[in-house]
Design a binder for this molecule. Structure first.
Ligand code: AMP
Ligand code: MG
Length: 365
């Protein structure tokens, strides 16, 4: 951690527990959520669980709050924030003209892990949109998130609640690691369900374009919209081309160790990785492998982490960021990961993995 980081940990951060899947909240939880909402209304910051990852929430219509979010995360201020709402009709205050396609997508996938880029109304400060004339809007499904948004006045700007450049937090413990002393409150709702950030679709272009893959897949969006495009930088390094979502250009989701993805038939992948691990060891590196249950026993690295069964994309997505953080915690300096099919939700998994590895892919035969 840098000097700057130590200097910024000057606030008292309160952590409060909320049951993760409560359909209704008890009196104590209501009180906690009301208190959290009041903090946001008064210009403070609260980290909270959503179905994707933990968010770092501030009042989206208050420019000072948006500035505070960038500061707490150490995030570049040209990287726009997603505005979270809790009822569809609230969109009309921040988007002057809602296209029919947005209505259809909302009908199909809201509440849920889908973010839409739309033209912004004057009510949304440029601090929230990173200077853009468009705004990113999402209506999450997590009950505590929605209640918090309602208590906060209806519009909560919330990027992932990690320090910029770290993997997004999938449980409160990781939020505490990154944000303790930098924000007012953390709502601890346990482990999140999806584990990767929302799908982002840009509806200001024709045809609409996916800027970030997520749990709502290209196939699902295509089923509602018909024609849909994908930003070429999603699964390649784009040959130097800048991604369309400003935030996607930064080296996100990065573990501290140097990481490579190894692709090929299972046995050859294991043989290659084990060979590398031996060489790395001689150089004094601490090695780690990210793999699936099927191949777990075949690796000889210092730390071996399993994401779940290869066929179980939900489990792989849910565990990925946590495994990357655990590699850091265990002091791993060289990480090798198996590769995954990039179909369906696998597109989001491979997108995050490729970013974590800085697009280093080794193909073995
Ligand atoms: P995070 O909040 O960490 O999930 O990151 C939000 C992502 O949404 C970043 O990659 C942003 O670049 C992207 N985003 C937010 N607003 C816009 C916008 N108006 N246009 C394009 N991308 C956006
Ligand atoms: Mg993020």
């Amino acid at each position: 951690m840098g000097k700057c980081d130590i200097l910024l940990r000057t606030m008292k951060t309160i952590t409060m527990k909320i049951r993760p899947d409560a359909g209704t909240f008890d009196e104590k939880e209501e009180e906690i959520l009301r208190r959290a909402g009041k903090i946001i209304k008064e210009g403070g910051l609260v980290a909270f669980p959503t179905e994707t990852v933990y968010g770092l929430g501030g009042d989206a219509l208050n420019r000072a709050s948006a500035r505070k979010i960038y500061e707490a995360k150490g995030r570049p201020s040209d990287n726009p924030l997603i505005v979270h709402i809790c009822r569809f009709e609230d969109i009309f205050r921040i988007v002057p003209e809602v296209p029919a396609a947005a209505g259809r997508l909302a009908e199909a996938f809201w509440p849920g892990p889908l973010t839409m880029i739309l033209p912004k109304a004057d009510s949304v400060p440029y601090e929230t949109t990173g200077g853009l004339d468009t705004v990113a809007v999402r209506l999450p499904s997590h009950p505590a998130a929605r209640k918090l948004i309602a208590y906060s006045g209806g519009y909560v700007a919330a990027p992932s609640a990690n320090l910029s450049g770290r993997p997004s937090p999938t449980e409160a413990e990781y939020v505490i690691q990154d944000m303790d002393g930098r924000i007012d409150m953390i709502l601890d709702g346990g482990k999140v369900g999806i584990g990767l950030e929302s799908t982002i679709v840009d509806l200001t272009v024709v045809p609409p374009q996916i800027l970030r893959p997520g749990h709502v897949t290209q196939e699902m969006l295509g089923g509602v919209l018909g024609e849909i495009d994908t930003d070429v930088t999603i699964l390649s390094d784009g040959g130097g081309q800048a991604p369309k979502a400003p935030g996607m250009k930064y080296r996100h989701y990065a573990p501290k160790g140097e990481m490579a993805i190894v692709e090929g038939p299972r046995e050859q992948v294991a043989a290659y990785i084990n060979g590398q691990v031996e060489k790395d060891r001689l150089r004094g590196e601490r090695t780690g492998v990210i793999c699936t249950e099927e191949s777990l026993d075949g690796y000889r690295a210092d730390v071996v982490k399993c994401l779940g069964r290869r066929e179980d994309q939900e489990s792989i997505g849910r565990n990925l960021y946590s495994m990357l953080r655990q590699m850091d915690d265990e002091g791993v300096t060289r990480i090798y990961s198996e590769s995954f099919a990039d179909r369906g939700f696998g597109q989001a998994i491979m997108n995050r993995l490729l970013k974590a590895a800085g697009h280093r892919v080794i193909r073995v035969q």
